[in-house]
Write a protein that binds this ligand. Structure first.
Ligand SMILES: [Fe+2]
Ligand SMILES: [Fe+2]
Length: 551
């Protein structure tokens, strides 16, 4: 496919009287839509000032000029409204009136997997397109970095192999007669093995070839430890960048493993006013073990009841509530679940959720995404919970936005990435140190890898689409996960990390595993100052009652 595209690009450029350097052509081919980009460059050429030979820098400047503001295919949906006047007739009488301010919600939907955009025939070509898109988009991140932009293809690397006769001094075994050059390559990980000696061996590939790379486990010092740490954290199917030398059999011996990571410095989004967002998830309504009293206390608090003046002034500034999935417990999610269900009907579970959320003050905009317990397909990206199951939530009108997973919003100028975090199920066994009680480690690793679910074929299902929605194209200011049932709040390279815990009791299964969830903890963030705060609605001294399961 790549050779066809390359030929087509060259034909177009030649017809336009242009030449292109090899690295500029490689860069063009790594773009999302190489042919369209080539056409747009040709159309933008000005005979008076444009070069005849396209260099990599010139192509990059064209990409930067044409880079869309919006992160995904979907046209941006800009929602600007005053204090919601929505279906007030449906509002619960207990909800107090909106605060007397002239605040205005500002939400721009940058990325949302609507149902119409994420269907697939599930063919082999669809899977190929998914991984091709992943590779191209993450490679583009590397090509934009100063330290990895000179990466060569694996085929080019293999041609650099120096014959043993030239490399070895006649009487000095192990010494080379000339310096061994270092090269950088980008590839997708196909296989990974760890030897008894602690060496990590990976096979990785690009469009043209594959190579085996050894990440030595014996190097000493901070650099050696960091190299091995990077090697151990490599996941199957992720796109990595390795720098190193070729050994005599043609393997690459790594000196450095680079992940695309979150750049510093970068543009940071902050609200221009004091406005608070609240982050929750994993309500599991419908389960016997949903913490109804604690959730009702949360609703009462966000409604401004029984607060002192200091807290009330803060609560009055809450204008957004984000819910990162598992709104209800669902039906048939795990064997024997019916025994845990107080509400056995899925539609009635959503009606129950809607009755609870209706009590949230009308000036608070609610954003929901689905989790693995919701009435949605399991494969990611996950479209919004369908109206046919959750009509009472849709009936809340403009007060509530039903989004898919993952969704990326710009709220008051702040980029917020919300995902349920299903891939934690894989990362707890594949990333050193990651547990359900330390989801922040997984969240940081995923930001570093700029992908929310790298591993294919594990517990996390991925839909075969022409676009990989799980690539983190633009680093967010806030990343919000659920699923772990464990509240954490941290910061990674100026990204605010929030895992919002749950409103469900500890389960028998969790007790046996020694896992203690942190229910009833709500995270708040002032979107101007970015000073996170937490509010407790659960007594951790009484965590013995009840049993249910995590998911
Ligand atoms: Fe959950
Ligand atoms: Fe979940």
């Amino acid at each position: 496919m790549t050779s066809t595209v390359r030929r087509s690009i060259l034909e177009r450029l030649i017809r336009a009287g242009l030449q292109v350097t090899p690295d500029a052509l490689g860069y063009l081919l790594s773009a999302d839509s190489p042919l369209e980009l080539a056409d747009s460059i040709i159309q933008s050429m000005d005979s008076a000032s444009s070069p005849v030979v396209l260099t990599r820098e010139y192509v990059q400047s064209c990409i930067d000029r044409t880079a869309p503001e919006v992160i995904d295919d979907q046209a941006p949906l800009v929602l600007m409204s005053g204090p919601d006047s929505g279906p007030s007739a449906a509002a619960d009488a207990a909800a107090p009136p909106a605060p007397d301010t002239d605040s205005v919600h500002s939400i721009q939907v940058l990325k949302n997997p609507a149902a119409s955009m994420v269907g697939s025939a599930g063919t082999v070509d669809d899977f190929l397109a998914l991984f091709t898109d992943r590779f191209r988009r993450i490679k583009r991140m590397y090509m934009g970095r100063v330290d990895t932009h000179d990466a060569v293809s694996i085929e080019v690397l293999k041609q650099k192999k120096i014959s043993p006769r030239r490399r070895r001094k006649p009487d000095d075994v192990g010494e080379f007669s000339e310096p061994v050059p270092s090269y950088t390559v980008i590839g997708m990980v196909r296989d990974k093995r760890v030897s008894r000696q602690g060496n990590v061996t990976i096979d990785f590939e690009d469009f043209e070839g594959s190579i085996t790379c050894v990440i030595p486990g014996s190097r000493e010092g901070p650099d050696g430890r960091k190299l091995l740490e990077s090697g151990n954290s490599i996941l199957l199917d992720e796109v990595i960048c390795v720098s190193g030398r070729l050994d005599q059999p043609g393997r690459m011996i790594a000196d450095r493993v680079t992940f695309p990571d979150v750049p510093i410095p970068r543009d940071i989004g902050r609200a221009k006013r004091d406005v608070y967002a609240v982050f929750i998830s994993d309500l599991h309504c419908g389960s016997y073990h949903f913490l109804e009293d604690e959730f009702d206390r949360f609703i009462s608090w966000i409604s401004g009841h029984d607060l002192d003046s200091t807290e009330r002034s803060m609560v009055d500034q809450i204008e957004y509530l984000f819910i990162a999935g598992d709104l209800c417990d669902g039906v048939g999610v795990y064997p024997g679940q019916q025994d845990d269900l107080r509400i056995p009907d899925i539609a009635e579970q959503y009606a129950y959720v809607a009755r609870k959320l209706r009590n949230v003050p009308e000036h608070v905009k609610i954003v929901c995404i689905p989790g693995n317990h919701d009435a949605c397909r399991q494969a990611l990206p996950r479209p919004p919970i369908p109206n046919e199951f959750a009509k009472p939530l849709y009936d809340l009108g403009e007060r509530l936005l039903m989004m898919g997973d993952p969704c990326h919003l710009r709220v008051e100028g702040v980029n917020i990435l919300i995902t349920h975090g299903d891939s934690l199920d894989d990362l707890t066994t594949q990333l050193p140190g990651v547990t359900y009680e330390k989801p922040d480690l997984a969240m940081k690793a995923l930001l570093q890898k700029r992908h929310l679910a790298p591993v294919y074929g594990g517990k996390t299902e991925l839909a075969p689409l022409t676009r990989d929605w799980m690539v983190v194209d633009t680093p967010p200011d806030i990343v919000h996960f659920g699923h772990a049932h464990h509240n954490v709040c941290d910061n990674y390279r100026q990204v605010q990390i929030i895992n919002s815990g749950c409103f469900q009791r500890q389960t028998e299964f969790m007790k046996k595993q020694g896992i203690k969830p942190t229910p009833g903890i709500v995270t708040l963030l002032n979107l101007r100052t970015f000073s996170p705060e937490i509010k407790l609605f659960y007594s951790f001294e009484d965590q013995s009652a009840g049993d249910t399961r995590i998911s």
